[in-house]
Design a protein around this ligand. Sequence first.
Ligand SMILES: Nc1ncnc2c1ncn2[C@@H]1O[C@H](COP(=O)(O)OP(=O)(O)OP(=O)(O)O)[C@@H](O)[C@H]1O
Ligand SMILES: [Mg+2]
Length: 354
Amino acid sequence: MRAHVAEGSVLRLEQLTKRFGDRAALDKISFSVNSGEYVSLLGPSGSGKTVLLRAIAGFEAPEEGRVSIVGEDVTRKPPHLRGIGFVFQNFALFPHLSVFDNVAFGLRNGGDKRTESDTRRRTLEMLDLVGLNGLETRGVHQISGGQKQRVALARTLVIKPKLVLLDEPLGALDANLRMRMRVELRRIRERLGIPFLHVTGSESEALAMGDRLIVLDRGAISQFGPPGEVYEHPANPNVAKFLNCYNVFDGSVQGDAFVTNHGPIPLARRVASSTPAYAVRYDRLTTRADAGAGLSAAYIASEYLGSAIMHFFETPDGKVVELEHHLSNGPPDAYEAGRTYRLSWRPEDGIAFV
Ligand SMILES: Nc1ncnc2c1ncn2[C@@H]1O[C@H](COP(=O)(O)OP(=O)(O)OP(=O)(O)O)[C@@H](O)[C@H]1O
Ligand SMILES: [Mg+2]
């Protein structure tokens, strides 16, 4: 695995290892985040995303490795001296304080001496930035979930952190609000130039928000790169499975073909991997003409997704295969339940991990 460490970065991790008992929750993690960069962190549940953010913020002491912020080694520093802002999923606001006082808290209780009028000016500026003007005097029990989210964000940003860590802060919001918060986060990032490291359970969110994407798997980095690169060129079968847009088949290479339980598939793109598998995106499959590579499967059901329809098929040995039809390409085909179809794709659209 190539290390992702650059000079002059805002955050830099070198060989960071955190163990609980004899299990490594983080296993020699190295990467860096540059000034102004938005990095999304994705990975299955239990892969170490929260432990990683906690170790960066200083709430977990790593057994090995180093955390540096703007060139300074902070591995042994307590959280409040690291200059990092964080919003965790269960963002705890102070229930007895108003919106204004929640946001002003860090300014009043931080290391710097400042006048109350300066605190007031900066707090109002921040409330304006996150779109909460007019709600200053409300109690935090008198505002909505999305508004609480913004208070948590404003409270984090007001102290001008060098880096912001977000642990699924949009998870509790409805789809509409999530979308608005995404736009807001991007705007804030552009205005303030602060780098963000954002854990998200949503692949589409990671795609939309991140300049770069980290895929974490069992405490190690599976892949780190621009979203388009990760989606088009997943580094291994686990990344492909996790992205939720690839059909991934088990099997092995025999001569010029990748042989699965469903028959041989001609090989075009090969990627070196410790586990063999074959991956093809849902939206590359067709039943209209034989595109060169393919398999046969029985139609089960379809799901309407708004801008696309997902059709589900099943091979004789029970593997579900997904075909995504984008409605911008015209009306979907009608399939008959239980009937077997030939699903095919161009050989160059498949990735053989060998
Ligand atoms: N304090 C702890 N003691 C022991 N094990 C822990 C502790 N905290 C986390 N772990 C373990 O470390 C691993 C990584 O946990 P972590 O919370 O980082 O997962 P995650 O990627 O954030 O998952 P999720 O998406 O479910 O939030 C898990 O196996 C978890 O059980
Ligand atoms: Mg977590």
